[in-house]
Write a protein that binds this ligand. Structure first.
Ligand SMILES: *Cc1c(COP(=O)(O)O)cnc(C)c1O
Length: 362
């Protein structure tokens, strides 16, 4: 195959020729000597109970047969964890896949889907993929979501991450309720990829709101980005909608080993609480240190911070850190091109980041 990223191939369908795919953060082939603070992974290994599953004898024997297409045990475990029934839980191969099914199942409508101007950049990609119209609503000056802005007539649905990405800002549950009440006949998706780092989940609202779908991932707080496991929670009629899409696309999205590892990880509540507490403590320390160095930092309830250096440009600092083998995320986009998104690493990694910034800004 010849390298051709810009030229289109005659074999592509017109739809594929028009796609603008999502570009994930850099995953270097070797992370030796590299401090990787660019994709919000956990700096610590996953629960020992999840790791132990991979040491079990005869694990490979599971690979001969197809896995349980319904991931029954995993869904039962998630349901028990959140006081739901298994019919209120849907699992997918990463929350990105769950999101894709949600866009397909609920947002393909004549009216536009609403989301913030600054948010997870996969949302516009799914809109394009499924031909969904969208309308972005600007975050306020301080990067908070103004819920009153979502009171637009004829919306096809609403999706927001809470806490938002890449800002890290959290929207209280009372505000989420207002969103749900603004569009009672449309689905409101709350993408809670970072909820375990200090926020309160909207799961508690599921009983009262038939239009609420909450999406979680094991990639961040559970330290299992490589496993690819995400899930959605909502009333059974929404989950049934997702199942119709899933079973028209791939009946076996979760392999048998992933089902077992994820089940063990979710059941280990104590590990999750401890892991998140460590990350939160390191986040607060990092914020203090970078504030002393003159950064403006958006209040974060996530495992990353959104920080604006005031003594140099964000891009210059991004490049200078890269030279010192520290990778953070820089978005060359309107309104946020003066900010860096920095994932929270171990204490040692964040000390190295602070020292590097000090040196660069001298
Ligand atoms: C990381 C992230 C996801 C994707 O998570 P996966 O489960 O790894 O696909 C979804 N939404 C937001 C806002 C994220 O930051």
């Amino acid at each position: 195959m010849t390298e051709s990223t810009t030229e289109q191939s005659v074999f592509w369908s017109p739809a594929v020729a028009q796609l603008k795919p999502y570009v994930p953060g850099e995953q270097p082939k070797s992370t030796e000597r590299l401090i990787k603070l660019n994709t919000n992974e956990s700096p610590y290994p996953p629960s020992p109970k999840a790791q132990a599953v991979l040491q079990e004898d005869g694990l490979a024997a599971h690979l001969r047969l197809y896995p349980d297409p319904e991931s029954t045990q995993l869904r039962e475990t998630i349901a028990a964890e959140f006081d739901l029934t298994p019919e209120q839980v849907f699992v997918g191969n990463g929350s990105d896949e769950v999101l894709a099914h949600a866009f397909y199942s609920f947002f393909q409508r004549p009216e536009p889907l609403l989301f913030p101007d600054i948010t997870y950049s996969f949302y516009p990609v799914y809109c394009q993929f499924y031909g969904i119209e969208s309308r972005t609503l600007p975050l306020r000056e301080d990067f908070s979501i103004g819920v009153e802005d979502y009171a637009v007539e004829n919306a096809g649905g609403v999706i927001i991450p809470n806490p938002n990405a890449p800002t890290g800002r959290y929207l209280p549950l009372a505000e989420i309720e207002k969103l749900l009440q603004l569009h009672p006949e449309r689905v409101v998706v709350i993408d809670e990829a970072y909820i375990d780092f200090g926020g309160e989940s909207a799961v508690s609202l599921i009983d009262r709101y038939p239009n609420l779908l909450v999406i979680h991932t094991l990639s961040k707080s559970h330290a299992l980005a490589g496993l690819r496991l995400g899930y959605a929670m909502g009333q059974a009629h929404l989950i049934e909608g997702l199942n119709r899409a899933k079973n028209s696309f791939n009946s076996y999205p979760i392999d048998g080993i992933a089902q077992k590892v994820a089940t063990a990880a979710i059941a280990d509540r104590a590990w999750l609480a401890d892991n998140c507490a460590k990350v939160i403590a390191t986040r607060e320390w990092t914020c203090e240190q970078l504030t002393k160095l003159g950064f403006d930092i958006v209040p974060s309830t996530a495992n990353f911070i959104f920080a604006k250096p005031t003594k140099t440009s964000a891009e210059a600092l991004f490049l200078a850190l890269r030279e010192r083998n520290i990778i953070v995320r820089y978005f060359n986009k309107p309104r946020i091109s003066e900010y860096l998104r920095i994932s929270i690493g171990t204490d040692e990694e964040m000390q190295a980041l602070v020292s590097a910034c000090q040196e660069i800004l001298q």
